[in-house]
Design a protein around this ligand. Sequence first.
Ligand code: NAD
Length: 248
Amino acid sequence: MARLDGKVVLVTGGASGIGAAHAQVFAAEGAKIMVGDLQQEKGRELVANIDKAGGEADFMLLDVANEASWQAIVAATVSRFGKLTSLVNNAGIGRSKDTESETVEGWNKVCAVNQTGVWLGMKVAIPAMRDAGGGAIVNISSVYGIIGSVGMIAYHASKGAVRLMTKAAALEYATQNIRINSVHPGIIATPLAMTLPEEYINDIKGKTPMGRLGQPEEIARGSLFLISDDASFVTGTELVVDGGWTAQ
Ligand SMILES: NC(=O)c1ccc[n+]([C@@H]2O[C@H](COP(=O)([O-])OP(=O)(O)OC[C@H]3O[C@@H](n4cnc5c(N)ncnc54)[C@H](O)[C@@H]3O)[C@@H](O)[C@H]2O)c1
């Protein structure tokens, strides 16, 4: 039996990078996948490839900062696959501004996607999970939700919020068979990370004991454990997947 047989998983930001890896790895483990993203063409291409590989997946346009958009995708998932058991709150954006150069507009945009988006996902998906008899949520934070760095003030604020929202929500739903955990990637080779200056990436590589960037699939494999029934007694915890960076 595959590890996610019987699961129906909604992956946000699933058209690219870490989200796309989750969709592919989870589909290969037997889950039915709904991909939600702003990038329609890439999202549709991904689900076509999953279907070609023998999996089952669908795509729907999703703006995680918009509650009506969440209601539409959760309803569509239940209608297409009969239920929703699992959510990977992965959609996120980066922004390189320090405390004084950040603007209210930039701050609000990052928080709307990375922080409000994660809360809205839990708020709208949890009733459907309850209807399914239980479920599991993985919220993708970052090592930057645990440690500070210079020049990304709004990103740190939003990712730190994801870490603690996860623990608060885990306590709220602990008796309802709904588990909620966070995953904290180090620097991973995705389009988002490649927008960072080369010297910045090299600096992080130098700080990473394993001496390399992570691959998107390595994050998906961590989430796979948390979403699967192997993690049946795991809730409110944080899984760091960073090649040893924050162990120092
Ligand atoms: N790449 C890294 O080094 C790294 C490190 C730590 C954490 N993360 C986190 O992992 C997650 C995925 O990052 P990635 O590197 O794969 O990025 P990415 O840019 O490759 O993919 C992010 C996806 O999210 C989508 N998205 C953005 N705003 C959205 C919105 N409002 N609604 C729906 N979808 C939206 C994008 O269209 C894109 O497809 C993010 O939350 C990011 O903060 C990434």
